[in-house]
Design a protein. Structure first.
Length: 133
């Protein structure tokens, strides 16, 4: 598997996560008859935050993964570790956020997301200093 194919795999998966979360927001608006905002509905607020949180973290993660993939010496393990931890973290966090309390899904989700950011940020900084990954 080529590096850009790995990046495409995780980009596609994360874009689909955003699509599912967007669909949940749209269907929640229909179900709760909410046109704008959240109407103070806590269940709907959790759905909106799950989508918004993913929209806050996924784009930067994907940009980083693609940039890593463009470096000739990027090891596949780094791309997979970054992509898998971002993807799994966003799924775990989105599921956990729907319960409305601090729980293992939310904690594991953010920890995996931050791990992906650490791997991506470290790898890009190292490559940016002219080092072979």
């Amino acid at each position: 598997m080529l590096r850009l194919e790995v990046a495409a795999l995780y980009a596609g998966a994360n874009i689909l996560i955003l699509l599912v979360l967007a669909y949940l927001v749209a269907s929640g608006r229909r179900r709760h008859k909410i046109v704008l905002g959240d109407a103070g509905n806590q269940a709907f607020q959790r759905i909106v935050r799950a989508h918004a949180n993913a929209a806050e973290y996924i784009p930067a993660g994907l940009v980083g993964i693609v940039l890593l993939a463009l470096f000739e010496g990027s090891p596949l393990w780094l791309l997979h570790a970054s992509g898998f931890s971002l993807t799994a973290g966003r799924v775990a966090h989105g599921v956990g956020l729907n319960t409305g309390v601090l729980n293992a899904g939310r904690v594991v989700g953010i920890m995996l997301t931050w791990l992906s950011y650490l791997l991506i940020g470290g790898g890009l900084t190292y490559a940016g200093l002219g080092q072979q990954l």
